[in-house]
Design a protein around this ligand. Structure first.
Ligand SMILES: Nc1ncnc2c1ncn2[C@@H]1O[C@H](COP(=O)(O)OP(=O)(O)OP(=O)(O)O)[C@@H](O)[C@H]1O
Ligand SMILES: [Mg+2]
Length: 254
């Protein structure tokens, strides 16, 4: 059984960074499927992987073919989708990447969506870990492509507004999801203790704060060189904190 971890939070708080570091840490313990749920698709850059066709493009292409009557009636649509999903997968040694691309637009082909969901569900079961880097805001979570989430990790930064967003995400997930095992909060890019206002806001959300990731000059240095954040050395402060978070979430033991 694979463990599914979804990362969510307000824009720019560090979701992609935390996702990439977590993916790197988990990949030392098992195989990881990284899902980029952000239409602007940049998880690949954080992982140092190329970007192939997105799932959204597969769906649009199929919808176009069906509409024009060009889809070969002899070909099973679900087999075709399964094939295209595998083709979209970027494979590396222990980390594979699937980019979702744009969500379905108006006039979408719903049967294709269901087939996509089934294909992705089958794909995810092949991995030890599935990590989903979501786009900012909450809208996308309601269209989540995978069924169950073991861990929802909400990323905030040192701003009260990002904590309020975190609280909203928690409420939203309760409304739409039948099954999330664990929800936790990390505050990113923060040095020293949280302000009383921040602490108060965290308390209001009822979320468990399981880590404070420091502002890491090594990340800033990698950013400036355009290097992927997974190159962050093991003893780097942010990486060490994400490691501790993974342990607290019982994703890893050591
Ligand atoms: N702990 C940290 N120390 C230093 N820089 C950081 C840290 N965390 C994130 N950053 C930097 O902050 C910027 C925003 O981070 P990131 O792209 O991970 O946020 P995001 O939440 O995924 O944003 P978006 O909502 O646009 O997807 C990046 O340049 C990243 O390298
Ligand atoms: Mg991002």
């Amino acid at each position: 059984m694979s463990k599914t971890i979804a990362i969510a939070g307000k824009g720019g708080t560090g979701k992609t960074t935390v996702s990439a570091l977590l993916i790197k840490i988990l990949s030392a313990r098992g195989t990881v499927l990284a899902i980029d749920g952000d239409p602007s698709s940049n998880l690949n850059l954080a992982l140092g992987l190329p970007l192939e066709e997105t799932v959204g493009a597969v769906r649009e292409d199929m919808a176009r073919q069906v509409k024009r009557g060009k889809f070969d009636p002899g070909m099973a649509k679900n087999a075709y989708i399964e094939y295209k999903i595998h083709e979209s997968l970027v494979e590396s040694e222990r980390i594979d990447l699937l980019a979702m691309g744009r969500p379905e637009g108006p006039g979408c082909y719903c049967a294709a969506n269901n087939m996509l969901r089934d294909s992705i569900d089958r794909l995810t079961s092949n991995y030890d870990f599935v990590v989903i880097d979501n786009e900012a805001g909450m809208e996308h979570i309601s269209r989540q492509t995978t069924k169950d989430i073991d861990v929802l990790l909400i990323v905030a930064d040192n701003s009260v507004r990002s904590i309020i967003t975190a609280g909203r995400i928690k409420e939203l997930i309760k409304e739409i999801r039948t099954h999330v095992d664990q929800i936790a909060l990390v505050v990113n890019r923060v040095d020293g203790p949280l302000s009383p206002e921040m602490q108060q806001e965290v308390e209001k959300t009822g979320l468990q704060l399981i880590g404070q990731i420091p502002l890491d000059p090594n990340i800033t240095a990698l950013d400036a060189k355009g290097r992927p954040v997974i190159e962050l050395p093991e003893d780097s402060p942010a990486r060490k904190t994400v490691h501790a978070v993974a342990r607290k979430l019982r994703l890893i033991e050591d």
